[in-house]
Each structure stands twice: as structure tokens, then as C-alpha cells.
Design a protein. Sequence first.
Length: 254
Amino acid sequence: MLHSQIIGAGTPVVILHGFLGMGDNWKSLALKMAEAGYQVHLIDQRNHGRSFQASDFNYALLTQDLKAYLDHHGLMEIILLGHSMGGKTAMNFATQHPEYVTHLVVADIGPKAYPPHHQAILKALNHLEQSRPDSRKQADALLSEYIPEPGIRQFLLKNLYWAAPGQLGLRINLKALTDNADEIGSALSDHAIYSGPTLFLKGARSAYILPEDHPGIGRHFPKAHVVEIPRAGHWLHAENPQDFLAAFLEFVQG
């Protein structure tokens, strides 16, 4: 069973994080959603966070994992929100199990195929894991050899935990994610359609969703709207949480 944090009471909102993230990345927004009357489920997808680890990793399995979680918790008629990789899982789930989803929100990812583009990050994380750092400062220095952006390094360093006294480890299943990295950009099936209310949120400074992608979005999601979040890139929920939350609440509250 997938690990989750459950915050608040009311209409269920299920949030799926992106590649190399975890549900806890969304906790600040989840608290705001709970204040607005929602019960928020912050899920760690397989091979991420505190959820189980397995050698197999693809969207068919991630979709099965989510269904098992919803059935275990007796959740139906959910608002489903996914970011990046989590958005791909959310799209796959909604098109296969539309009876579970009243509203679909996809954050800065489209249904199209994306070429592999995480190689440098995975190389940095493998270097970090093999070097066995004994402090977060040392871990940051190791990552900086490959990743100059402090914000990306801080995001990745959230995966660190004390595996043993004086020994830091990574919560992610790095081998499985490295071996299956090509799966992350997989396109939605040509025949996949979800006809319920759908919102795509894109960062104004992100190129993950382009104007030429809108027709493809409309083919899979005929009731979709695309809304741009200003002053934000791919991590739009962290870079501009106020506008992200406002757009989310306006959509789900009609």
C-alpha cells in the first residue's frame, strides 16, 4: 500500500508528486486546501518517499497502485491532482477509471511523449549515493558538481534521511528509477479519453506545455482548460503557490 499523509476533512483531494519528489513537497498547499474544506491525501508513489520499492516502474503500475490506494481507503468521487510525472499518472488513471474522478487537475505536463531529460540529475544522485555523504553540506557539495542550480539541489536533498548513525541515504529507489527513466516521458495512449472537467495548469516560464500542444490536450480531454500561472516555471506550485491555489479552488468550486 502506498504511503500517504492525510490532512483535513471534506471532499477528497488526492495529490501525486513529480519525479524524484514526494507527497511532503505539497504539505503547505495541502494545509491551505484543508482550510478550504478538503481532505487532502499526499501520496508517495512507488519508489519514492516512504512508499514501497520495486524494480518495475511504469504508468500502468502507478495507475494500479493508485486504484489500490483509493479502494483501500474507500475513496470515490475524488479531485485528482498530479504534477509532472504525477500528472501523467493522474491522466492515465482518469482515462481508465473515470468513475473515481469528479475533477482532474494536471500541473505542467501534457499527454504527449517527452524525450528523456533527467540524465544529469540521475547521474548526480548516483554519484551522491556512491559517495556515502555523512552531512547534508557534503551531499550538497557532491550534487553541485553536476547541478549548479541551488533550488534543484535543495529539492533533491529532501530525499536524504539518516539510514544509520552518521550515514545519509536516499529514500528513492535510485536503481529502479535510473533503469526505468525512459518510462517517465511516455505518451498517453492514443485512445485514452476523460470527458470530465479538466484543468491544465502551466508555469509561465515553463516549456512543458506549448501552444501547439493544446489540440492534443483537447483530443484526450474534451472539457480541458489550460490556465497559465504567472511568475512560475515547472515547479509552479512551489514558485507561485498563491496563484496556483486560487486557480485550483476556482476550478473545483465552479
